[in-house]
Design a protein around this ligand. Sequence first.
Ligand SMILES: NC(=O)c1ccc[n+]([C@@H]2O[C@H](COP(=O)([O-])OP(=O)(O)OC[C@H]3O[C@@H](n4cnc5c(N)ncnc54)[C@H](OP(=O)(O)O)[C@@H]3O)[C@@H](O)[C@H]2O)c1
Length: 241
Amino acid sequence: MSRIVLVTGGGNGLGKAVAGRFRSGGDRVIITGRNTDRLATTASEIGARPITCDATDPEQVARMADELGADLDVVVNMAGGNTDLDQRDRQGTQLEQVMAAWRANLEANLLSAVLTTTAVLDKLRPGGSIINIGSIGAEYASTSYGAAKAALAAWTAGLSSTVGAQRLTANLIAPGYIAETDFFHGQLSEQRRTALIEATHNKRPGHPDDIAETTYFLASDGARHITGQTVHVNGGAHTTR
Ligand SMILES: NC(=O)c1ccc[n+]([C@@H]2O[C@H](COP(=O)([O-])OP(=O)(O)OC[C@H]3O[C@@H](n4cnc5c(N)ncnc54)[C@H](OP(=O)(O)O)[C@@H]3O)[C@@H](O)[C@H]2O)c1
């Protein structure tokens, strides 16, 4: 049966790979993001439906949910990224700048998923899946980005316990370093890239398909008893034992 799948941040990077994977499996896919042009290009490339939506804006999220229609089977909260890397000028005193920087990461990585999930929860049909995208940064990076992704993981576990009775699963995928996305905004030095690859057991960067395949599996019939978990996809750069 063709499912209805929502991928936030589906216009490029990991979101595009995930959306493409569900499309190639025969599912109907809706992708969201802030960049309307890029979203439209990706949508026509992979055969998805684009809806422009800033996942940190409650009004836009509510409108997006209205446009979706009555039913949904899978929501992938991919929208996010480290807002410290976007080099936006922040105004005010030092403390005000710290607060603005933390709020930006919490909004982009935690509240985006909370708002989207809340807005679409009553559309999700039994057997459906909520898949949030965290980061290996939640384990190591003592930054607002790492803290936001750690909070997202904690919230996902709690969410699982509240949606389980509706026969929904809620899991978080924590990617390690994945190449071929815009995540680093061109700021990843060759030295740092080499170190990230060296930290893996299999000595390679992650590929968007690594995340796409894991996401597809977590939404499959074979994964109905996997819920409330953080699934690490990092080539061994972080192990759970
Ligand atoms: N690549 C990695 O190494 C890595 C590692 C760990 C975790 N992650 C996580 O994986 C996810 C995808 O990142 P990526 O590597 O694919 O980076 P990317 O290429 O920069 O993609 C980020 C996506 O998120 C969307 N987005 C960001 N803020 C949004 C907002 N407020 N509302 C709606 N969409 C928003 C962007 O679209 P618009 O700009 O059009 O809004 C874009 O499609 C992120 O959550 C990131 O934290 C990535």
